[in-house]
Design a protein. Structure first.
Length: 427
């Protein structure tokens, strides 16, 4: 009996000691936390400028299916911590459009199974190399896959979340006494507007979307300068279930053509590039990681131009065309002359991607030649009332530089060439 009492006393003493140790650990932890908060509140961060250029859109903006090739640790270390997320930290790749809670859990657990390659990673690297050491580049994605432009406009949840994350970045920068502004937003959306055949004007909805973005972002940042849009071009024409080669009445080219015209004509829209020159995952819907990086490098060129107040970059686009007998002469804006037909990087397609389609579906082109900054389309008969197209072709349901909608026309820039944007005109 006495032995049992002694054992109980020892257990109780151990239990009390354990509770004491736990209490001490908690107190030390709390002291450490409050000490950290005190240091953070009194920390001298120095003067910094945060340049925020996020990407918004559908699955291309989220990098879906693009296996990540950017190393997040290298991204942080190589550029001295100057590339950050919306939290001004380095938890890249933990995006989830459906729930802030899920996104938070992913960050805590360092879950990166769906951390895809984003175009803004390579864009940020170029900016970090070109901008001063006192500049931070803030990048993150927003949007939702399989959505038309109408479904991504204010006040839907992906839009609200995107604005909230810009607000998060702004608030954190101001807490540290840093300047913060958003010179541009990268726009990667359009596939659903090709394949779902919505009955509205894409450009009209784009301008409505831009007005909301510009107004709401400026209300957050209090900046005077308007937000610019750095726009890519979608090319998933063959994914439309009504797609048929040389269909005169086809509506699939409308969205890419609208994007080209926005880039060419709207003074607040700058170019990145079309998607067709890159490999698509399984030659289907999404560009791969290398394609995402290539788009990002093109976007960086526009981003630097915006920041440095340079002339607007519109890429390789048709400026005007003229009918001369049976010929059509297309004049181009050529960023880096001369023009050339490249059948190595993009598999050769008939007439280098050009077509002139009669109402009966006949392509009347006989030859295509380059003449300085122009392309001359020679036709077998008068092209009047035909549809002049570039890149409206490809194998049904296929995408990418080998089988998808494409053309072979580009400029002579040494790296990240400017490829001609897809288009359609009625002659």
């Amino acid at each position: 009996m006495e032995s049992t009492c002694q054992t109980s006393i020892i257990i109780m003493m151990k239990f009390k000691n354990y509770r004491y140790v736990v209490l001490m650990i908690v107190l030390i932890g709390l002291l450490g936390y409050f000490s950290y908060l005190y240091k953070e509140c009194h920390k001298d961060y120095g003067h910094k400028v945060v340049v925020c250029i996020p990407v918004y859109g559908q699955s291309y903006a989220l990098g879906e299916e693009a296996t990540r090739i950017t190393n997040f640790d290298s991204l942080r270390l190589k550029y001295n911590g100057r590339i950050v997320t919306e939290k001004l930290d380095y938890t890249f790749g933990y995006f989830d459009h459906s729930s802030q809670f899920k996104q938070w859990i992913k960050r805590i657990l360092h879950y990166d199974k769906k951390a895809f390659e984003l175009s803004v990673y390579s864009m940020a690297e170029v900016l970090a190399q070109k901008l001063g050491e006192d500049t931070l580049i803030c990048i993150f994605p927003g949007g939702h896959g399989m959505n038309t432009i109408e479904e991504l406009m204010k006040p839907v949840e992906p839009y609200n979340k995107f604005i909230d994350e810009i607000r998060t970045a702004y608030d954190k920068a101001r807490e540290r006494g840093w300047d913060f502004f958003v010179p541009a937003v990268c726009w990667m959306q359009g596939e659903s507007d090709i394949v779902e055949y919505p009955d509205y004007d894409y450009k009209e909805y784009f301008h409505r979307m831009y007005h909301d973005l510009n107004t709401d972002i400026k209300n957050v940042t209090h900046q005077q300068d308007d937000i610019r849009i750095i726009c890519y071009q979608s090319s998933t024409i063959t994914k439309g279930l009504h797609y048929r080669p040389n269909n005169y009445d086809a509506t699939e080219p409308r969205t890419p053509t609208a994007q080209m015209e926005l880039i060419r004509d709207d003074t607040l829209v700058w170019a990145s590039g079309p998607t067709y020159p890159y490999d698509f995952v399984n030659e289907s819907l999404h560009i791969d990681a290398v394609g995402q990086q290539s788009i990002g490098k093109l976007a960086a060129k526009s981003a630097l131009g915006i920041i440095r107040n340079q002339s607007r970059n519109i890429g390789l686009v048709p400026i005007a065309y003229h009918v001369e007998g049976n010929d059509i002469r297309i004049d181009y804006n050529v960023p880096c002359p001369p023009l050339c037909f490249d059948t190595i990087l993009v598999k050769k397609i008939a007439h280098y991607g050009f077509s002139v389609i009669r109402r009966d579906g006949t392509n009347i082109i006989s030859d295509v030649v380059i003449d300085n900054n122009a392309v001359v389309i020679r036709c077998a008969e008068s092209p009047k009332n035909c549809k002049l197209r570039y890149g409206v072709n490809g194998v049904f349901l296929k995408g990418g530089r080998n089988l998808g909608p494409r053309g072979n026309l580009r400029d002579s820039q040494s790296s990240s060439q400017n490829w001609c944007l897809l288009f359609e005109f009625v002659v």
